[in-house]
Design a protein around this ligand. Structure first.
Ligand code: ACO
Length: 322
């Protein structure tokens, strides 16, 4: 049986950078508060006209180039996002169109900040069962469009961006294990309380913004990231010492540090980009992965643990050899 192995990574960040000081000019906050509570220093914000599909395709092109394959060789596109350009068609179909490769399967996955982990799990199963040979998995978000810029408790936390991987069927090991979970019982702790089926009036009334109980989400995130790490490592007989890199969802530096400490991972083996990108939801893990691959930290053959946590609640992990 073939393994699903990362052949190339790519990412894209909108040009516009908004610092904490920039935000402090328009709302009652400060660089010091944001850095101390979250570790965030700045975030990228999509320009007018930039959409989730346009930034997704920019990241995808870089992953395809890094993999050294022809776009035509792609036989499945999976996009993880909560901020699609349109209600339909999917961002994945729009990416396919922009790449000019119509014909292959293409669909979106909605699992909030865990979406990329869900997408990797799906892609891995396609590859291992012979359903696809080259799968483009993208995480892309324009969260700035669903942030209430009058709510300092959420506005300072999010950013826009996209990350992508090209997974190929390979004889060498790639993804070793993937686990996904959800618990829909606490929906209201982190949600955007508007949508097509619950009434377009809500959307038109401009209430389609992220709402979050920060403290409760914080506690849930730390506990859940610890349990998913244990499940993955114990389930596959791997100890934290054997991991080369921990690449967690980038929501808050305090959450990342707490998860890394419980896992026993030293800070120098944890990839952190939340300071530069803020929380880019489904894009955060592939963005962090691409940054660390391109700056030379993550090298071929190393063992990585990726972990996601997000609204739903949803969570999951991927253990893989890069
Ligand atoms: N600037 C200044 N003060 C602020 C700000 C701000 N931006 N936001 C809130 N405050 C104030 C509050 O009003 C409160 O003031 P009060 O004491 O006078 O009432 C005070 O700061 C403390 O607020 P808390 O909410 O208790 O602050 P906390 O230390 O919990 O930090 C935070 C808040 C950063 C949101 C934290 O709870 C957190 O990170 N939670 C997890 C959020 C997260 O990661 N969400 C996403 C995960 S899942 C996903 O990615 C979708």
């Amino acid at each position: 049986m073939k393994h699903a192995r990362i052949a190339g990574t790519g990412s894209y960040l909108p040009e516009k950078v908004v610092t904490n000081d920039d935000l402090a000019r328009s709302m009652d906050t400060s660089d010091e508060w944001i850095r101390e509570r979250t570790g965030i220093r700045r975030r990228h914000i999509a320009a007018d006209g930039e959409t989730t599909s346009s930034i997704a395709v920019a990241a995808a092109r870089r992953a395809i180039e890094a993999a050294g394959i022809e776009p035509r060789a792609i036989d499945l596109i999976v996009v993880a996002t909560t901020t699609a350009d349109k209600i339909f068609p999917s961002v994945a179909c729009q990416v396919q169109r922009k790449l000019g490769i119509s014909g292959c399967g293409a669909f979106d996955v909605q699992a909030a900040c865990s979406g990329f982990i869900y997408g990797l799990d799906i892609a891995d199963r396609f590859v291992r069962t012979g359903g696809a040979e080259n799968v483009l998995v993208i995480g892309a978000e324009t969260l700035s469009r669903i942030v209430d810029w009058n709510d300092r408790s959420t506005a300072v936390l999010f950013g826009d961006g996209a990350g992508a991987v090209l997974l190929e069927a390979n004889d060498r090991p790639g993804i070793v294990a993937a686990h996904i979970h959800a618990d829909g019982e606490q929906e209201e702790l982190l949600h955007v309380p508007a949508g097509v089926s619950s009434g377009l009036a809500e959307l038109k009334a401009q209430s389609a913004f992220i709402q979050m109980n920060g403290n409760a989400v914080f506690r849930k995130a730390v506990a859940t990231l610890d349990s998913i790490a244990r499940e993955t490592l114990l389930g596959h007989g791997v100890s934290a010492d054997e991991l080369d890199w921990f690449v967690p969802h980038q929501a808050n530096l305090r959450i990342i540090n707490a998860a890394a400490k419980k896992l026993g991972m030293p800070a120098e083996r944890v990839v952190v980009t939340v300071d530069e990108h803020a929380n880019t939801s489904a894009a955060s893990i592939p963005l962090a992965l691409d940054i660390a691959v391109r700056d030379g930290r993550i090298r071929r053959g190393e063992l990585l643990l990726l972990e996601g946590f997000g609204a739903g609640f949803t969570w999951g992990s991927t253990l893989l050899y890069y």
